[in-house]
Design a protein around this ligand. Structure first.
Ligand SMILES: Nc1ncnc2c1ncn2[C@@H]1O[C@H](COP(=O)(O)OP(=O)(O)O)[C@@H](O)[C@H]1O
Ligand SMILES: [Mg+2]
Length: 256
């Protein structure tokens, strides 16, 4: 038996039952799904749960500004201020174009592409997180559009940096088609699946009877015995993301 502290638990109700022992510490996990499927809420939820247990969390937003993320969080009854004051939480908005420009400058200095240091371009120097969340890789990728190889070098460096610092990371990736989840299909230069240790797709479900729902699954998780099923999920006001691990999707539906 592995020690419990080798695994990260999201403490999102029901979710951890899908991952067996949990998410191995220091691994990089993709959180994938269509617009509005709940990727941001899922990640904010697990971030707050981690802070509650005294973990240091860096939430890097390339989409929504800090105040909007704080407002989402407060609607679910969590208060970011306490954790920000204790330096357990840092929510920081980044500009993807700035990152792309810095990487370009570093690459032209470095001569050998693989020598670039992503640390100064991405992770604030004075903050040593246990957990990093990136919302989203898709936004970073679009800033590199037309420079796919540069994006790939950058991603490789980023994954290596996270791994060597034993940071458990959740990297959001927006997919326009659920069939692209977990595949190496290249959507805007995002062939990052092969770099990741785990893949968690979140779905919008459209049932035949006209109802809509949410679903989640774990399609890949290195080093743990996952439950292979697409199960119901929900986002509940004042509570947050909830997963029903024993409710596999039934009936006629399509995943969007
Ligand atoms: N306070 C809330 N209470 C209930 N549901 C919410 C709340 N905030 C957002 N949601 C739901 O979450 C969805 C958006 O989730 P989000 O995580 O932002 O999606 P994305 O996958 O695009 O990041 C919204 O469409 C809404 O249905
Ligand atoms: Mg989002």
């Amino acid at each position: 038996m592995q020690k419990e502290e080798n695994y990260f638990k999201t403490n999102i109700p029901g979710f951890d039952e899908l991952t067996g022992e949990g998410i191995p510490i220091g691994t990089a996990i993709l959180v994938e799904g269509g617009p509005g499927s709940g990727k941001t809420i899922f990640c904010l939820n697990l971030a707050m749960n981690a802070c509650k247990r005294g973990k240091k969390v860096l939430y890097m937003s390339f989409e929504e500004p800090e105040y909007r993320l704080r407002s989402h969080i407060s609607k679910f009854g969590w208060d970011t201020k306490e954790y920000e004051k204790k330096s357990l939480l840092m929510i920081k908005r980044f500009n993807a174009l700035d990152i792309a420009r810095s990487v370009e400058a570093l690459l032209s200095e470095a001569k050998k592409e693989l020598l670039i240091e992503v640390q100064p371009v991405l992770i604030p120097k004075d903050f040593k997180p246990d957990i990093v969340l990136i919302d989203s890789l898709s936004s970073i990728a679009s800033a590199f559009s037309g420079e796919e190889s540069r994006f790939r070098v950058y991603m490789e460096q980023l994954f290596r940096y996270l791994e060597s610092n034993e940071i458990t990371s959740f990297l959001i990736r927006e997919t326009s088609n659920p069939n692209h989840v977990g595949t190496s299909f290249v959507e805007r230069a995002e062939a990052v699946s092969f770099l990741s240790d785990g893949i968690i797709p979140i779905y919008n479900v459209f049932y035949d009877n006209g109802k809509r729902g949410r679903a989640i699954e774990v399609v890949k998780m290195r080093g743990t015995n996952i439950k292979r099923a697409v199960v119901e999920a929900d986002i509940i006001p004042k509570k947050g993301f909830v997963v029903y691990p024993n409710k596999a999707l039934k009936g006629k539906y399509i995943l969007t």
